[in-house]
Ligand binder design. Structure first.
Ligand SMILES: Cc1cc2nc3c(=O)[nH]c(=O)nc-3n(C[C@H](O)[C@H](O)[C@H](O)COP(=O)(O)O)c2cc1C
Length: 213
């Protein structure tokens, strides 16, 4: 797939088929992600690749906790929407309302409670004492990973919801206390559902660019 098609094809997939992904493909995706630049080549991020029975245990626990209404408590604090810029708040509102109007909220919540039915999840972590620059590095790594997966026909969604109960992940994956769990990326083959056809729109470029000549 050429680069432009990869960019146009990638979108957040929120319901995956149960079909497993070949381990070699997952490792190739990670190898591609490792080409990402980082601050003085620090490459501080770590990846916890989870599939099979271990993922099923995490899925069961997440689903039970979500059904009980247990609020998330991710390692990276969630900032209240009102602490974001007005433009960001407007974009979030548009995003949330569009999904409600399309009648997809329940379907999304249900699929999300099953970790989007993904056959594989990658959890990205940083040492607790990381520099703010390391978060930027991790984001760059994440995006390369998403695009690398797309180029191989594998769907993805990066999600807070995958890391909202960090102690469950620490217990099952033996992630040390001094590693901060930043984000999870679910991977799999896209299920043919209305939820997956829904797209997030982008704001006009004028909102984000200042051209100075
Ligand atoms: C840091 C981060 C956290 C996210 N968390 C969630 C999440 O918990 N649940 C979800 O369904 N989507 C989540 N998303 C996906 C965003 O909603 C999505 O990227 C955005 O709406 C743009 O849509 P697109 O990825 O389809 O282009 C997250 C994305 C990022 C980058």
């Amino acid at each position: 797939m050429d680069f432009s098609s990869v960019l146009k094809t990638r979108h957040s997939v929120r319901h995956f088929k149960s079909t497993p992904i070949d381990k070699d493909i997952l490792l190739d995706i990670l190898r591609d992600a490792q080409t990402s630049p980082s601050w003085v080549n620090a490459q501080e991020y770590r990846v916890w690749l989870v599939t099979g029975k271990k993922l099923e245990c995490i899925r069961d626990e997440y689903r039970c906790m979500t059904q009980k209404g247990i609020k998330g408590y991710s390692d990276l604090p969630v900032a209240h929407r009102t602490s974001w810029s007005l433009q960001a708040q407007e974009n979030m509102k548009q995003f949330s309302e569009a999904r409600i109007q399309a009648g997809l909220l329940e379907e999304k919540e249900l699929s999300q409670s099953y970790l989007f039915h993904a056959p594989a999840v990658m959890y990205l972590t940083l040492p607790k004492q990381h520099s703010e620059w390391a978060l930027l590095d991790l984001g760059v790594f994440e995006q390369t990973l998403l695009l690398a997966a797309t180029s191989r026909g594998i769907g993805t969604v990066p999600a807070y919801n995958l890391v909202k109960y960090p102690d469950v992940l620490r217990n099952h994956l033996s992630i040390p206390e001094n590693e901060r769990i930043i984000i999870g990326i679910a991977l799999g083959f896209e299920e043919d559902t209305r939820l997956n056809k829904h797209r997030s729109i982008r704001q006009p470029m004028e909102n984000i660019v200042t051209i100075v000549e």
